[in-house]
Design a protein around this ligand. Structure first.
Ligand code: ADP
Ligand code: ADP
Length: 232
C-alpha cells in the first residue's frame, strides 16, 4: 500500500489575465493506510486537488507522488495502467454506464483489467452498500443515493491501493452515509488501503483520520482527527 504526496502543486485553468489559479503551490500528503478528508469552501480547489492526486488531471507545475512514483513524469500509457491497476475513483457525477446493469457497472473495471472477480468480496461490498436488490437493474432507474453507492462499489471491488472519492456521501441520508463511511473505515484498516475523500460534511469528516482544509488553493489548516480511533 502507498500514500500520496503533492509537492508545490500549481493548477491554473486557462492562461493569461483570465486564468484561474485553482491550486497555489500546495504541498500535502495523504498517508498510507489512512483515511484523509479534503475540506474547504466551494471553489477552494478540493476537486482539482483530488483529480491531480489521482492522475486524472495534469497540474500546471509541481509533483504528485504515489508512493515513489511521480505521476507527473509518467507517459500517458503508464499513467493509464497505473490508474487502472492501483487507483479507484468515485466521481461526484457517479459516471455510471447507463446501458449496463448495476452488477456489470461494478465488475467492469476488473474485466477491463483482465482480472477475476472475487465473489466473496463482491458479496461483502454489495451487502455493505445495500445493493443486493438492484444488481440487475440499470443505473438510470435508481435514486441518486443508490447510484452513488454503485459508484463506490465499482471503485472498491478491485481493491485498489488508493481510493479517491469526490463527495461520496453527498446524495445519501445520514444513516446510509454513516454506513458507507464505517465500511470505508473498516476497509482502510482491513485491506490496508489509503482513502482520500472530498467532503463538505463535518460529520463525514469525523470518520476520517486526518483533515486537509483548503482555502483559495492553499492549505489553511490540517487536523489530525482526535475522534477517529486509529487501529494498526
Ligand atoms: P472545489 O472542489 O473546492 O469547489 P474546484 O477544484 O472545483 O474547487 O475549483 C477550484 C477553482 O477552479 C474554482 O475557482 C473553479 O471555478 C475553478 N475551476 C475548476 N474547474 C475548472 C475548469 N474546468 N475550468 C475553469 N475553471 C475551473
Ligand atoms: P465542486 O462541487 O467540486 O466544486 P463544481 O460545481 O465546482 O464542483 O464543478 C463541477 C465541474 O465543473 C467540474 O468538472 C469542474 O472542473 C467544472 N468547473 C468548475 N468551475 C468551472 C469553471 N469556472 N469553468 C469551467 N468549468 C468549471
Amino acid at each position: 500500500t502507498v500514500g500520496v504526496q503533492t509537492i508545490d502543486l500549481v493548477k491554473d485553468y486557462g492562461s493569461g489575465p483570465g486564468a484561474v489559479r485553482a491550486l497555489a503551490g500546495l504541498s500535502v500528503s495523504a498517508e498510507r493506510n489512512r483515511f484523509t478528508a479534503i475540506m474547504g469552501p466551494s471553489g477552494s480547489g478540493k476537486s482539482t486537488l483530488l483529480h491531480c492526486m489521482a492522475g486524472l488531471d495534469a497540474p500546471t507545475s509541481g509533483r504528485v507522488l504515489l508512493g515513489p512514483t511521480d505521476l507527473t513524469q509518467l507517459p500517458e500509457k503508464k499513467l493509464t495502467k497505473l490508474r487502472r491497476d492501483r487507483i479507484g475513483f468515485v466521481f461526484q457525477s457517479y459516471a455510471l454506464l447507463p446501458q449496463l446493469s448495476v452488477k456489470q457497472n461494478i465488475t467492469l473495471p476488473l474485466e477491463v483489467a483482465g482480472r477475476k472477480v472475487d465473489g466473496q468480496w463482491l458479496k461483502t461490498v454489495v451487502e455493505a452498500l445495500d445493493l443486493g436488490r438492484v444488481l440487475k437493474q440499470r443505473p438510470t432507474r435508481l435514486s441518486g443515493g443508490q447510484q452513488q453507492r454503485v459508484a463506490m462499489a465499482r471503485a472498491l471491488l478491485p481493491r485498489p491501493d488508493v481510493v479517491f472519492a469526490d463527495e461520496p456521501t453527498g446524495a445519501l441520508d445520514a444513516t446510509t452515509a454513516r454506513e458507507m463511511l464505517q465500511f470505508l473505515r473498516t476497509s482502510v484498516h482491513e485491506l490496508g488501503q489509503t482513502i482520500v475523500m472530498v467532503t463538505h460534511d463535518p460529520l463525514a469528516a469525523e470518520h476520517t483520520d486526518h483533515v486537509l482544509l483548503l482555502h483559495q488553493g492553499a492549505l489553511a489548516a490540517q487536523i489530525a482527527n482526535p475522534t477517529a480511533p486509529v487501529v494498526l
